[in-house]
Design a protein around this ligand. Structure first.
Ligand code: DGL
Length: 267
């Protein structure tokens, strides 16, 4: 491992790019290697064991690309087995759930926190358990939003039907009176304007991206692994298991740069 190596990130698709965006902001000198498993997306409805297998396979691939730290930029894959990946591989691996929880606990006044995520993440109870570990007096209201990932991946966020879907999913959380809502899926910040509109101005939306990037920065600083080169020299690499075109169509405006995305077939 060497400080000139990249930070590796993985997700089922474009969601993890919301974490990439934050890495670029907080650690502009760092190289990024990203893998979006678009051919097998969505992960949300899949059994945990299968998601864990997919994530391990991608971590193996990222390691061949010379990475010094890996961010599992997918809540579903984090919930399915972060401790497993940490045990299986010898480099530092972090997830997105704990950082999101920390950010939410700092923000809540009423101690009523809402969590939205994929069915895999919500069924795992990973958020609920983590929040309760930090503060058992917090009330947690969870809701799976299975269609949101497909809405984002298919570029349907601005469709008029999307707000109706969001109203349907979010009604119980509004009625519960949460003051903080954790976007417990890295795809959701890409439709946060819709979610915010439905929840109203009194509810703070939490994306784990900023807090996760900060955790990566702290680990690299502690290990003396921060890259020293000038940010202009940085070259990032993006890989997908499916067709690169739809990935770039969402990723390029988001990251404000053209992406040379390569397809890698995983079997
Ligand atoms: N972005 C992912 C997450 O954070 C995965 C969504 C999916 O593929 O279902 O959970």
């Amino acid at each position: 491992m060497n400080s000139n190596h990249a930070i590796g990130l993985l997700d089922s698709g474009v969601g993890g790019l919301t974490v990439v965006q934050e890495i670029m902001k907080q650690l502009p000198q760092e190289k990024i290697v990203y893998f979006g498993d678009t051919a097998r997306m969505p992960y949300g409805p899949r059994p945990q064991e299968q998601v864990r297998g997919f994530a391990s396979q991608i971590i193996h691939f990222l390691i061949t690309q010379e990475v010094k730290l890996i961010i599992v930029a997918c809540n579903t894959a984090t919930a399915a087995g972060l401790p497993f990946y940490q045990k299986e591989f010898s480099l530092p691996i972090i997830g997105v759930i704990e950082p999101g929880v920390r950010a939410a606990l700092r923000q809540t006044r009423t101690k009523k926190i809402g969590v939205i995520g994929t069915p895999g993440t919500i069924d795992s109870k990973a958020y609920e358990e983590s929040i309760k570990r930090h503060d058992p007096t917090v009330q947690v209201y969870s809701q799976a939003c299975p269609l949101f990932v497909l809405i984002v991946e298919n570029g349907l966020v601005e469709n008029p039907e999307t707000i109706c879907v969001a109203e349907e999913y979010l009604r119980p959380l509004r009625e519960a009176g949460v003051d903080v809502l954790i976007l417990g899926c890295t795809h959701y910040p890409l439709m946060s304007h819709v979610i915010g509109k439905v929840m109203g101005p009194g509810v703070t939306l939490i994306s784990s991206a900023a807090e996760t990037a900060l955790e990566a920065k702290n680990i690299l600083a502690r290990e003396n692994m921060l890259r020293q080169a000038a940010p202009e020299k940085v070259k990032h690499r993006f890989f997908v298991s499916g067709n690169p075109a739809p990935f770039n169509a969402i990723g390029e405006p988001l990251l404000q740069s053209s992406l040379a995305t390569y397809q890698v077939l995983l079997t």
